[in-house]
Design a protein around this ligand. Structure first.
Ligand SMILES: NC(=O)c1ccc[n+]([C@@H]2O[C@H](COP(=O)([O-])OP(=O)(O)OC[C@H]3O[C@@H](n4cnc5c(N)ncnc54)[C@H](O)[C@@H]3O)[C@@H](O)[C@H]2O)c1
Ligand SMILES: Nc1ncnc2c1ncn2[C@@H]1O[C@H](COP(=O)(O)OP(=O)(O)OP(=O)(O)O)[C@@H](O)[C@H]1O
Length: 293
């Protein structure tokens, strides 16, 4: 089994679960690769031996069987920028806070391996969105995709922006708001949810347009088919606005045409039978919980 390991280089009290995973993987004679920066951190804080590494420059490939991320959801989102379109099944061990994407309990980390080997999981394909801009704007390079959402928002001002929006080249509306979120089903439980968007089951073939604090009161979250081409143009009092792809941001001049579409590839999330999406919805977002019952 060929496995890539990635993690946050901040919390040495969570390091134990990384060693437990490695120990369990070695029982199955696995070929282990650790992200360069994370291995440096592990070597500094322990007497771990050296392993093969990968980095942004020397990346992964489709021969890997599994990618394990140690951290919270933020780490999982960064992990996606390594996995790209290689189709490597991913799992997150939660050493962060909420852990909605990074669901595996660190206390059970050995089961990441044993349940995988026993086949006690399904692969869930999560769709992504990607951004295309005029060729003179190269901010995100080849990492022009997002698992959660692409957001346009105001920058350096309290003044709202206007987001002129076209779906498949037909005019929809001009949102007058702090911004607009184009969310995938995966991202529907993130920023979009905080702005009043619906929760969408992860494999649903849709996207949702969720305005951020719109002053047009009749602008509501809008669920659309995921093969829709979304074209945006921002105007406002400042000369620039912000565009974010999950946790990555860039400053873009107003007036630039931004095209957002579903990516041609998906991210394969390992859904262990012990950790389903519905369980996560109940346990992490306390879905439908009512103290009266
Ligand atoms: N007001 C908000 O709710 C808000 C604002 C900005 C960004 N975000 C989210 O944060 C993400 C970036 O994460 P970060 O860790 O770098 O920022 P962060 O540290 O500010 O974390 C934001 C929170 O969103 C949660 N989160 C992220 N993706 C999620 C998902 N798919 N389902 C449920 N919860 C999710 C995280 O667990 C965390 O609690 C963005 O993609 C966006 O979805 C949320
Ligand atoms: N820049 C940083 N400096 C110091 N510690 C950090 C930094 N970024 C992350 N961490 C630590 O790493 C942990 C994991 O970070 P990550 O962003 O993946 O998740 P999180 O935001 O804590 O959790 P979640 O996104 O699930 O709520 C954090 O809880 C925090 O303790």
């Amino acid at each position: 089994m060929k496995v890539a390991i990635y993690g946050q280089s901040f919390q040495d009290h969570d390091i134990l679960c990384v060693f437990e995973l490695i120990e369990e993987l070695e029982k199955f004679s696995s070929n282990i690769f650790i992200e360069e920066g994370f291995l440096k951190f592990l070597i500094q804080t322990s007497d771990i031996k050296s392993y093969d590494t990968f980095s942004v420059a020397i990346g992964l490939d489709s021969s890997f069987d599994m990618f394990v991320s140690f951290g919270g959801d933020g780490t999982m989102l960064r992990a996606v920028t390594y996995v790209k379109d290689y189709g490597i099944p991913m799992v997150g061990v939660n050493t962060g806070r909420l852990g909605f994407l990074s669901t595996f309990k660190k206390e059970d980390v050995r089961k990441v391996v044993t349940e995988f080997v026993a086949g006690a999981y399904i692969i869930e394909e999560r769709s992504l969105v990607e951004i295309c801009m005029d060729s003179d704007v190269k901010h995100f390079g080849e990492l022009n995709f997002a698992l959660n959402e692409i957001t346009v928002s105001r920058k350096d001002t309290t003044s709202m922006i206007t987001v002129e929006t076209y779906l498949n080249d037909e005019y929809l509306t001009s949102y007058w708001a702090d911004g607009l979120i184009v969310s995938t089903p995966t991202g529907s439980t993130g920023y979009s949810l905080s702005c009043g968007g619906p929760v969408i089951a992860p494999t649903t073939k849709s996207l949702v347009l969720t305005p951020i604090a719109p002053h047009n009161l009749n602008a509501r979250p809008f669920v659309i088919a995921d093969d829709t081409k979304i074209r945006l143009r921002v105007s406002g009092r400042e000369e620039t606005h912000m565009v974010s792809l999950d946790s990555r941001i860039a400053t873009i001049p107003n007036g630039k045409e931004i095209i957002i579409q579903k990516s041609a590839f998906t991210v394969k999330m390992i859904e262990y039978k012990s950790e389903s999406f519905l369980k996560t919805l109940r346990n992490k977002l306390l879905w439908g919980q009512d103290r009266r019952n």
